[in-house]
Design a binder for this molecule. Structure first.
Ligand SMILES: CC(=O)SCCNC(=O)CCNC(=O)[C@H](O)C(C)(C)COP(=O)(O)OP(=O)(O)OC[C@H]1O[C@@H](n2cnc3c(N)ncnc32)[C@H](O)[C@@H]1OP(=O)(O)O
Ligand SMILES: O=C([O-])CC(=O)C(=O)O
Length: 371
């Protein structure tokens, strides 16, 4: 038995949800470029959960259900208020809150497909309220109740900022949500599938997935990209900062990918949005610095940008706090995690690989006073 490090290239599940073939990403056979230009996030949620696009009445029903289920138990916010709010990372708060949502869901352990679908809607609806509520509570503000008449993207920005977003902001945020919704068997989705393949509940699956997304080699990279841009500060500093990191063999966050070779097809959409939005907010240098970093990394390492690179300047332009970038990734990816969880339940087998043992051979127990 020989281990494959990082399971690279191992095909570990069959799935109808999304595919990456020759650097093209599709959700249920629809090219991500097509969906990003044309679909709302709610349509994508439906697509991922039902493996087909909704008809108008089906979309209206899902949109209404997401809006109606957006409120969270007060206990979630009370719990936040008890946290060390100056230091706790929003991903830790989110991980705990999703687990707590399960505590308050009477159907948490009902494993029927109908109950699981109801929980899917509740989770997708509430996760936006949780992230925005946490952001407000730590600033000493009260959470804002969702406005059912707004769509998912607009409602998120409304609950975060307390004012209705401009159409261009809604358009950009909707695109970002569409782009992050699913991505085949990435680390957090695999984590979710491993968890629920024991027939554990959907809240456990999403809680585990949030834990996996938090790391900087995965979703946590978008916050690190912004940290890097802030540290660099101005375009004149890009070259020395990046060269220093490369010379020290440090990784540059937002570049490289396990699956893509030529490039991540999501990055170009975020790049266009970054250029547009940074100009509008009067911070074009953020985009210009990003492009200069990009050109250096592509030029010297041949590594293209991944989804996390240009999303950083897009979210910053939308006035979003930097440590909320990864929770926002989780808000969108919850749709994909849920799709994979439901697919796993529908044709389940325990996921239990083997390890190549590389420890010592057979040993004899030695009593403690003889060691
Ligand atoms: C949503 C997402 O999860 S997208 C990914 C987000 N993560 C990041 O942006 C973090 C930075 N990137 C990385 O760490 C990696 O590219 C990963 C984790 C995404 C993919 O990793 P792997 O497929 O395991 O590649 P691995 O880490 O083995 O790298 C292969 C080689 O490329 C180099 N490399 C890979 N990514 C980078 C990078 N961002 N900066 C500099 N060098 C890099 C490695 O140092 C390694 O070089 P070596 O062979 O000389 O040692
Ligand atoms: O697929 C991966 O390994 C990581 C990624 O880009 C994602 O989850 O969106």
């Amino acid at each position: 038995m020989t281990a494959t490090r990082g399971l690279e290239g191992i095909v570990a599940a069959e799935s109808k949800i999304s595919s990456i073939i020759d650097d093209t990403l599709t959700y249920v056979g629809y090219d991500i470029d097509d969906l990003t230009e044309n679909a709302t996030f709610e349509e994508v949620v439906y697509l991922l959960w039902h493996t087909r696009l909704p008809k108008a009445d089906e979309l209206a029903e899902l949109t209404k259900a997401l809006a109606e289920n957006a409120e969270v138990p007060q206990a979630i916010f009370d719990q936040f208020k008890s946290y060390p709010l100056q230091t706790v990372h929003p991903m830790a708060a989110l991980r705990s809150a999703v687990s707590l949502l399960g505590v308050y869901d009477e159907e948490a352990d009902d494993m029927s497909p109908e109950a699981n679908y109801r929980k899917a809607i509740r989770l997708q609806a509430k996760i936006a309220t949780v992230v925005t509520g946490f952001s407000r509570i730590r600033k000493g503000l009260e959470p804002i109740a969702p406005k059912p008449e707004l769509g998912y993207a607009a409602n998120f920005l409304y609950m975060l900022h307390g004012k209705e977003p401009a159409p261009i902001e809604v358009e950009a945020f909707n695109k970002a949500l569409v782009l992050h919704a699913d991505h085949e068997l990435n680390a957090s989705t695999f984590t979710a599938r491993v968890c629920v393949a024991t027939l554990s509940d959907i809240y456990s699956g999403i809680t585990s997935a949030i834990g996996a997304l938090k790391g900087p080699l995965h979703g946590g990279a978008n916050e690190q990209v912004m940290k890097m841009l802030s540290e660099i500060g101005s375009i004149e500093n890009v070259e020395s900062y990046i060269q220093n990191k490369l010379d020290n063999k440090e990784k540059i966050m937002g570049f490289g990918h396990r699956v893509y070779r030529k490039g991540d097809p999501r990055a170009k959409h975020l790049r266009v949005m970054s250029e547009k939005l940074t100009k509008l907010t009067g911070k074009p240098e953020l985009y210009e610095m990003s492009v200069k970093i990009h050109d250096m990394i592509v030029g010297q390492k041949g590594l293209p940008a991944n989804v996390d690179f240009f999303s950083a300047s897009v979210y910053d332009s939308l006035g979003i706090e930097h440590d909320l970038f990864t929770p926002i990734f989780a808000v969108s990816r919850t749709s994909g995690w849920i799709a994979h969880i439901l697919e796993q339940y529908a044709n389940n087998r325990l996921i239990r690989p083997r390890a190549e043992y590389i420890g010592p051979g057979m040993q004899k127990y030695v009593p403690i006073d003889e060691r």
